[in-house]
Design a protein around this ligand. Structure first.
Ligand code: SIN
Length: 285
């Protein structure tokens, strides 16, 4: 298994190993790279290893022209770890480990329209997700990704010190209960550090998002609301972002531990459709 779960290392961009089985083209200095020279249906072990490394180096990686069936996407996901079942959304009938990401003329909402990391409500939120789109609208439907390392690095030393040791409540109930009113269950709710250390890179990143987080545990309500408002605005700064314009058979693989993303719904009534595999993660620290 590649080093996606290895103990923390000091990132050293000068001495890190080069890639020799894939082509890696950074898209910004902070986040995002396009990967070429691989067929994701049949990657070699070395390519899987280097894709894992590129993910840790660039936080979100993109691939073009990768026609896939659901079984290919599941197989690809499994080469990076155990797949995680979604805590609320049912999977595909023949592939319950994958969820459909679909919007069309009848949609009333789309998945991921607000800034978020996936399923931070879980006790061990996902390591990452791989999204494949087989159908794209004629225009629009981009996904924005924001680097939580860059957002953390840009905080003042005083703000970093203030946030140190704080924890936040991540609750899925207010997200999924309105979407599935007939389902009678309590969705996950867990407490995680506001500043998280990436288990592989050792870098620190902001780990609160407006979709799941209700409050910061250690602060009075008004102060918590104000701090969260500041952090959400800060994290959405375009200087920390990369924006991906999809084509048919594109793939995005994001590291859920150090990024947030949001899907733009600017293509209604057109159809945008694909599947997402999610890789199980660890308890944040
Ligand atoms: C998601 O949040 O997983 C959906 C992202 C997208 O549709 O671009």
């Amino acid at each position: 298994m590649l080093g996606l779960r290895a103990p923390p290392v000091t990132p050293d961009r000068e001495t890190r190993l080069a890639y020799d089985s894939i082509e890696v083209t950074p898209l910004t200095a902070r986040i995002g790279a396009e990967i070429g020279g691989v067929d994701l249906r049949i990657p070699t072990n070395r390519q899987v290893d280097e894709i894992g490394r590129a993910l840790v180096d660039h936080q979100v990686i993109f691939f073009r022209d990768q026609p896939m069936e659901p079984a290919h996407l599941s197989g690809l996901g499994r080469s990076f770890g155990e797949l995680a079942f979604h805590s609320a959304v049912p999977g595909l009938p023949d592939h319950p480990e994958l969820v459909a990401i679909h919007a069309d003329k009848d949609s009333k909402f789309i998945a991921g329209e607000d800034w978020h990391s996936d399923l931070t409500c879980d006790e061990a939120p996902p390591l990452g997700s791989i999204l494949y789109l087989h159908t794209v609208p004629p225009v629009g439907g981009d996904t924005l990704f924001s680097s939580m390392y860059a957002a953390y690095d840009a905080l003042s030393p005083r703000m970093k010190a203030y946030l140190e040791g704080l924890t936040a409540v991540h609750d899925a109930d207010h997200v999924y209960r309105p979407l599935f009113p007939d389902v009678d269950r309590r969705y996950p709710c867990n407490v995680h550090p506001v500043i998280r250390t990436h288990p592989v890179s050792g870098r620190r990143g902001i780990f609160v998002n407006s979709s799941y987080v209700l409050r910061i545990v250690e602060l009075p309500t008004e102060e918590s609301d104000a701090v969260l408002r500041f952090l959400y605005r800060h994290c959405a700064n375009p200087n920390f972002q990369v924006r991906f314009t999809w084509r048919q058979h594109s793939v995005a693989f994001w590291d859920n531990r150090c990024t947030q993303h949001m899907a733009v719904w600017d293509y209604f009534p057109h159809t945008r459709s694909g599947w997402r595999a999610t890789i199980a993660g660890d308890k944040p620290f």
